[in-house]
Design a protein around this ligand. Structure first.
Ligand code: 1PR
Length: 606
């Protein structure tokens, strides 16, 4: 019997879904005794090294786990399930790992080439894996193990990685453990290990589309104990440790579904222009400005672009690297009571094997019966339903406002960069902090809804927002204009006195792992992404940034992924909604154009 070890820290639903999809059955490990009963054991892990090891020890799993591994029966670890096999991790100094593989896991460096090149940490996205070892399994000399493509075939499969810590590849220590290596920036790390019955991947096969499912299928189908003496090295491990000029990380294309109830009460995918998701008013009806909250809005119908799960499945099959659902009216209700979004997510996670993000209403709330629901509890429900990341909008702005207030109280008023705020400014209680602690920074996205604030001739901008002021590019429609980017809450309905740089840095300081950068001005405009906004935020933080709002053509994706002169890097992902919903441009067309322009993208027949 196959057993799955859920130590209670992460989203194991997706793995369970993939196993079901492949036609296998499994049981959950409920007690240390179950580890003795298992014939095959899978240890998936998201989250952080410290809490994972702590939980394994508290539940009495550590020794039985080591005994199971020593028994020769098939064992597979995923992500933290790989890292815990090592002796320890810099993520949790002093916490002992299982010590099966020699070495200590450590953090990616955010800067390379003497600080000239910046790379985002965590590594989030699709990267390749180079097989460096294979097994002579009695005849088929070059059989490649565990579903990885044969290195000689030229097949470049991609797998989904999301991690800040990695086991750097050290040939003297790991030559007989390493199965594949992967390069991020100039760092070569172990992306999978295998020795005898032990197999583990740093990436998430359950989130890696067809390539990942093939890998899981191969492991699930393998007969039994493996004799390590029959394994042999295929390549020279020393050679593999030398970085190539470029890493294999692809640019991610994210399909976004804004979800809300329409006027008949059905949950639909909608799409707005500058966040107004209702049909345009009859031109005969005079209105001043059409906004979602304008008096005429309720008379206009909510645009209905389709059913959320159907549309999400279409995007998965068309090659989306990620799918994001945003519950855009969540501010009206309590998310935990909002069962339709939970069941929507459950249905999507059963069919879609790429990362799913859910946003809207991830905040501290109170049930109608008075039961308090901290943001972490709301997020727990979404992770259990199949989310890989949660996206926080309004609450992130409030949390950063409070962060600035505490910094001022703590004598840091002279310091304007939240990345420099000391630990005394943190309460550890905000949604970003609690969710990041429980699930890891990579599981926390902050969705920013900024709006341009134009500065008229002779007008002054508050000194704190001066770093955020930009001028229109010569020759563009903005030439001669000056503006800064103000953050909003409640889907653009309320302005706050926080700019995008303050917010992006503040949320990174609180523990967010990624920024989803929208633009109210560009939303639904088809004019292309707001490059100045994106460069401003990209240069302010070290975490990955997803560019969003305004995509109208495949060329717009090329533009946004092309580094601006003088910039240290560009975004790693771009999101679009309208063009995909209206079939004006397909995901495949975007990827073909990017490939033609020399960008790395993931392509596969799902
Ligand atoms: O504040 O934590 O409850 O989260 C609410 C979430 O809902 C936020 O992420 C916020 O961005 C989103 N939201 C709220 N109102 C709207 C709206 O449209 N009325 N949608 C809204 C934001 C922006 C993108 C859109 C891109 C790409 N939509 O999601 O998909 O702009 O569009 P395009 O490619 O068609 O230009 P909380």
């Amino acid at each position: 019997m196959l057993y799955l070890l859920d130590y209670g820290a992460g989203n194991v639903r997706s793995l369970a879904n993939s196993i079901n999809k492949l036609g296998f059955e499994f049981k959950w490990v409920q007690s240390p005794e179950d580890l003795k009963k298992a014939d095959k054991l899978l240890f998936p892990g998201v989250g952080a090294f410290g809490p994972a090891m702590q939980s394994i020890r508290d539940k009495g799993y550590a020794e039985p786990l080591k005994e199971y591994i020593a028994s020769g029966k098939p064992y597979m670890g995923i992500c933290i399930g790989l890292q815990t096999l090592f002796e320890g991790s810099d993520e949790a100094p002093g916490v002992e790992g299982l010590g099966v593989v020699p070495g200590i896991v450590s953090r990616f460096s955010a800067y390379e080439q003497d600080g000239k090149v910046k790379k985002s940490v965590p590594q989030m996205g699709w990267n390749s894996a180079q097989v460096v070892k294979t097994r002579n399994d009695g005849g088929d000399q070059d059989a490649v193990k565990y579903g990885f493509p044969d290195p000689a075939s030229g097949d470049m499969s991609h797998y989904y990685f999301v991690h800040s810590y990695r086991a750097a590849y050290q040939p003297d220590k790991h030559a007989d453990w390493v199965l594949t290596t992967t390069q991020y920036g100039s760092e070569v790390f172990i992306s999978s290990i295998q020795k005898g019955n032990v197999f583990a991947t740093q990436f998430h096969p359950e989130k890696s589309g067809r390539a990942g499912l093939e890998l899981l299928r191969a492991w699930l189908n393998q007969p039994g104990t493996i004799d390590p003496s029959k394994e042999r090295l295929l390549l020279d491990p020393l050679q593999v440790a030398t970085p190539s000029p470029q890493d294999g990380l692809t640019k991610r294309i994210v399909a976004c579904l804004d979800v809300r109830s329409n006027d008949d009460g059905d949950l639909v995918v909608t799409k707005g222009e500058s966040y107004d998701v209702r049909e345009k008013a009859d031109p005969a009806t005079p209105t001043t400005q059409q906004t979602e909250s304008s008096p005429s809005s309720s008379k206009r119908k909510v645009r209905n672009l389709g059913k959320p799960v159907d549309l999400a499945l279409r995007y998965y099959l068309e090659g989306a690297d990620e799918v994001t659902f945003l519950n855009i009216t969540s501010f009206r209700s309590c998310a935990l009571q909002d069962q339709p979004m939970l069941s929507l997510l459950e249905a999507a996670a059963a069919k879609i094997f790429v990362p799913l993000t859910i946003g809207g209403g991830i905040k501290d709330s109170v049930d109608p019966d008075g039961t308090p629901r901290p943001a972490k509890e709301v997020a727990d429900a979404y992770f259990r339903a199949g989310a890989d990341k949660v996206s926080i909008g309004s609450e992130a702005v409030f949390a950063v406002e409070e962060l600035f207030e505490r910094a001022a109280q703590n004598g840091q008023e002279g310091e304007s960069n939240p990345l420099e705020f000391n630990d005394a400014c943190l309460t550890g209680k905000t949604g970003i902090e609690t969710i990041s602690r429980g699930y890891g920074a990579q599981a926390v996205v902050v969705s920013i809804d900024p709006r341009r604030v134009y500065v008229g001739e002779g007008e002054q901008v508050d000194a704190k927002h001066l770093p955020c002021v930009v001028e229109g590019v010569k020759g563009s429609e903005d030439e001669g204009k000056k503006w800064w980017y103000r953050c909003t809450v409640k889907g653009g309905r309320e302005d706050r006195d926080v700019d995008v740089i303050q917010l992006a840095r503040g949320v990174q300081r609180l523990g967010a792992g990624e920024v989803l950068l929208n633009s109210i001005d560009r939303d639904g405009s088809n004019k292309g992404f707001d490059r100045q906004l994106i460069d401003l935020v990209r240069a302010s933080v070290d975490i990955p940034v997803i560019a969003s709002s305004g995509a109208g053509t495949a060329q717009h994706f090329v533009d946004v992924f092309t580094q601006s002169p003088g910039a240290q890097g560009t975004v790693e992902a771009a999101l679009a909604a309208g063009i995909f919903h209206r079939k004006e441009c397909s995901i495949d067309e975007v990827k073909s154009t990017l490939l033609e322009e020399g960008f790395k993208v993931r392509r596969e027949d799902v």
